[in-house]
Design a protein. Structure first.
Length: 149
């Protein structure tokens, strides 16, 4: 081996290490964002399913206890609202009041919609080597399900 090439591999590694770390951090944070988004989607779907079995009154408004239980189901994963939020930073204020709609005439179909608004994903690492990872605000995440008539 030529004496002039001693340490070349270490220098090349030192030059590529920042890029590899940057790519690793971007991939990790993007994966965390997708995971949190998917968790919210599943919890909203569960809450819509929970409310879909509740029979609304004539004004298409459900029992306030059922709405509170569905909101807790979105945020905490349980109707009782105990424990830590499923996703860091998700609060009951991110869950507006669910809405009921009717469509059609024969047959009349009742639906319920619940959503999460204004949730912001905050990365664990705010930046690597001068590259800033900003917060990501998700668009409204909603689920609509059919209710009993």
């Amino acid at each position: 081996m030529n004496a002039r090439q001693n340490g070349v591999a270490m220098v090349e590694f030192a030059l590529t290490l920042p890029l590899l770390l940057l790519l690793t951090m971007i991939t990790t944070e993007f994966g965390r964002a997708i995971y949190q988004y998917n968790t919210i989607v599943k919890s909203v779907r569960s809450a819509a399913r929970y409310l879909s079995i509740q029979t609304p009154n004539s004004a298409l408004i459900a029992d306030p206890a059922a709405i509170a239980a569905a909101t807790n189901l979105v945020v905490y994963g349980t109707p009782s609202g105990t424990g830590t939020p499923l996703v860091p930073g998700l609060t009951v204020s991110n869950v507006p009041t669910p809405t009921w709609q009717t469509t059609g005439s024969m047959p009349l179909i009742n639906t319920v919609t619940i959503k999460v608004s204004g949730y912001t994903f905050k990365p664990l690492v705010t930046g690597v080597f001068g590259t800033v990872f900003g917060n990501i605000t998700f668009h409204d995440i909603s689920a609509t399900m059919r209710c009993p008539s």
